[in-house]
Design a protein around this ligand. Structure first.
Ligand SMILES: *Cc1c(COP(=O)(O)O)cnc(C)c1O
Length: 423
């Protein structure tokens, strides 16, 4: 096994770690997601190692890829976990991770979700509004517990990324305006059912530079200092996730650069730094394997119809995202520009446009950088079973989620009773 660096992307060759992709496709079928354990570990350890000089916790953002095997691999390294729903709470607990390593984010937490998190004993609630704070205090009081809280402030920083994944501007739905935070901290500190732990923010995703992170950090630190003056000392500062990855020609700073820049600003403060990276841990540690079914030509356009579709990977249709698509076994010959499309009945069902490739029906392709926001956003549109997921571990691979079966897709549906006649 030849380890790849974290800045390189999985899926540029015919094997992942020591396992041939043709073999996985033959055994498991396509479409199929393939992840590399080594690549996931490398990315998490890069953050962890760089921050070794200051107290820190790296809480993987579960929503990027919530497969139990991914949670388990990171949990064994000592990772914390950032969750955004009661469902993700159950997943992390099912992977045997201690609840105190969990932080609960999200703008719309429901009573039952907060009660379950209190019961489990999560490490922190990242609270996003005054109403949520009051509700949490009430639920904690009812349960006879003290809820550990952090307030998610909205630092009003332009993350300069895609508008759908910008979250740190005052016009976004996320967080508490910086101006209103001190008053709310005073309210939290006065509540016997709440324990003020920290402060957090998350300004967006797929960020391409360090500047927005450092601007946000400066705003949070100013608030930390004024809160200390108010007699409300904070134990941790959570800067969220959001570091970008290379899909095409982007060159976002590596995790080590972000971590080093933050560590420099925080050294000597004694405050625990928390980060919630998602995409930068798993994004380039996964790929989607798909096979060419048909080649066809309509007018000027050439199409390669493959067996993966927008229900498997919606990012191209949703964000106009670009994913590299490469044949597992390249062919000789003159390349042609292809629209790489799936079988779903939507013209938005494409994985790539105008890709110059040499293709034949039956060829195996890898769609790269598909470890984050890929399987987790998949659906059953067109009654397509969701793809299998595989994790490679050195020279072995494991099916970490079986391909769904069609009969399970409608197992919970029912027809109307026989006596309900049409009027
Ligand atoms: C989505 C999310 C993250 C992870 O973002 P990435 O861009 O995947 O690193 C972290 N924190 C919160 C609160 C989030 O909603």
């Amino acid at each position: 096994m030849r380890p790849t660096r974290s800045s390189t992307r999985l899926g540029g060759g015919s094997a992942v770690e020591g396992v041939a992709l043709e073999r996985i496709a033959r055994d498991i079928g396509t479409p199929c997601f393939v992840y590399s354990r080594a690549a996931i570990e490398r990315a998490w350890c890069e953050y962890d190692r760089t921050l070794s000089g200051i107290p820190h916790e790296i809480c993987y953002s579960v929503k990027a890829n919530s497969n139990l095997a991914v949670i388990d691999v990171l949990g064994r390294l000592g990772a914390g976990f950032d969750i955004v729903s009661g469902g993700e709470l159950e997943r992390v607990l099912a992977a045997q991770v201690p609840a105190r390593r969990i932080v609960f984010s999200g703008v719309g937490k429901r009573d039952a979700e907060m009660a379950a998190a209190l019961e489990a004993g999560v490490g922190c609630f990242n609270v996003e509004s005054a109403q949520e704070l009051d509700r949490l205090a009430f639920l904690a009081k009812m349960a006879g517990k003290r809820a550990p809280v952090s307030l998610r402030v909205n630092p009003d920083i332009d993350a300069r990324t895609h508008p759908y994944i910008t979250t740190g501007l005052h016009e976004n739905k996320f967080g508490i305006p910086v101006g209103g935070a001190r008053g709310l901290y005073a309210r939290a500190a006065a509540s016997p059912s709440l324990e003020v732990r920290g402060i957090d923010c998350h300004i967006g995703s797929q960020l391409a530079s360090l500047d927005p992170f450092l601007e946000a950090l400066d705003r949070l630190l100013a608030l930390v200092d004024s809160l200390a003056g108010d007699g409300i000392p904070l134990a941790h500062l959570n800067l969220g996730g959001g570091l970008g990855i290379r899909y095409r020609d982007e060159s976002p700073p590596p995790p080590a650069a972000l971590a080093a820049a933050i560590a420099e600003r925080l050294s000597g403060r004694g405050i625990v730094l928390m980060l919630e990276p998602g995409r930068s841990i798993v994004g380039n540690a996964g790929m989607l394997l798909t096979r060419v079914e048909y080649l066809k030509r309509n007018g000027e356009k050439r199409f390669a119809v493959v067996d993966a579709a927008m229900n498997d990977l919606i990012r191209p249709a949703l964000y106009d995202a670009w994913h590299d698509i490469v044949p597992v076994t390249p062919r000789e010959g003159d390349s042609e520009p292809y629209e790489i499309v799936g079988p779903v009945c939507e013209s938005g069902d494409f994985l790539g446009r105008e890709r110059r490739l040499v293709l034949e029906p039956g060829d195996l392709l890898t769609v790269r950088s598909a470890g984050a926001y890929a399987f987790v956003m998949s659906s059953n549109y067109n009654t397509r079973p969701r793809a299998a997921e595989v994790m490679v571990d050195c020279d072995r691979y494991h099916v970490v989620r079986k391909r769904e079966r069609v009969r399970d897709l409608f197992a919970d549906e029912s027809v109307l009773p026989p006596d309900s006649t049409s009027s």
